[in-house]
Ligand binder design. Structure first.
Ligand code: TYD
Length: 145
């Protein structure tokens, strides 16, 4: 690998207030819960359960995913080849995805995914080829980013 100390994917537990008798309020505060300044929010829903979304990594963008409804299975791959799988099935839980983290997502029919990102949309920030992503294991490829 590169010697660069990359941040790893990690689950975030958001503070929640209330209970089933009143309903629950969940808070995501800048830097306390989401570790970057949010520049863009989008939501994804109605994804058929046999469809895999994602299939990309970003050069710079940091991401937090939340399943505000339903269940999302997120599979990640790191440039060192490390594979992880996360289940998002609570509106009070998020998943932080750092740059250079390949991700795929599968959804239950009722799943609504809210995504917070650190950058404006840019097609140039996407790595959409898994072969290109895996080629980044070489230090010379990393230096070009
Ligand atoms: P993509 O990020 O690949 O979605 P997912 O990870 O859920 O599969 O984006 C899907 C399409 O939407 C792609 O053509 C790019 C476009 N898009 C925008 O135009 N603006 C945005 O802010 C986002 C997130 C995507």
């Amino acid at each position: 690998m590169t010697g660069v100390d990359l941040a790893r994917p990690r689950v975030i537990e958001f503070p929640s207030i209330g209970d089933a008798s009143t309903g629950i309020l969940t808070v995501a505060a800048l830097y306390r819960d989401i570790p970057f300044a949010v520049r863009r929010v989008f939501w994804t829903y109605g994804t058929p359960p046999d469809v895999t979304r994602g299939r990309h990594a970003h050069y710079r963008t940091e991401t937090v995913l939340v399943a505000v409804s339903g269940k999302i299975i997120v599979s990640t791959e790191f440039p060192g080849g490390e594979l992880e799988k996360f289940t998002l099935d609570s509106p009070a839980r998020g998943l932080y995805l750092p740059p250079l983290c390949w991700r795929t997502m599968r959804y239950t029919a009722s799943a609504v995914q809210v995504t917070f990102e650190s950058e404006d949309y840019s097609d140039e920030d996407y790595i959409r080829s898994l072969d290109d992503f895996r080629a980044m294991r070489s230090p010379s490829a990393r230096e070009r980013c």
